[in-house]
Design a protein around this ligand. Structure first.
Ligand code: SF4
Ligand code: SF4
Length: 103
């Protein structure tokens, strides 16, 4: 698993750099980047932390893989996880933050 960071969408807030447990995300010229993508173990913390949808998370082969990526945005109490397949088709999984710990 790994991530990719969009230079166009990144605003350089560096929130992602503070949550990566492996300190893998660095800053250059006001933008975040990951120096060693293969070291990413897929915790998705940076994806959740980025409020600008600048980070896509590559899904492993066991989860659909083959270029499928996922990102997340917030809408009220909900997290909307968007899964984008290589053919452009999208699926959204909505997680209600208020109730997610009830199960
Ligand atoms: S959290 Fe998002 S916008 Fe902020 S530096 Fe990281 S990638 Fe860029
Ligand atoms: S998914 Fe986790 S390990 Fe990978 S870059 Fe983001 S915060 Fe670091």
């Amino acid at each position: 698993m790994s991530i990719r960071i969009s230079k166009e969408s990144c605003v350089g807030c560096l929130a992602c750099t503070r949550v990566c447990p492996g300190s893998l995300i660095k800053e250059k010229d006001g933008k975040a980047f990951i120096r060693y993508p293969r070291d990413c173990w897929g915790c998705a913390s940076c994806v959740k932390e980025c409020r600008f949808k600048a980070i896509d998370f590559y899904l492993g082969a066991d989860l659909g893989g083959n270029g499928t990526v996922m990102n997340v945005s917030e809408e009220g109490d909900c997290l909307l996880w968007k899964i984008i397949k290589p053919d452009g088709t999208e699926r959204i999984i909505e997680v209600d933050g208020k109730n997610s710990n009830k199960y």
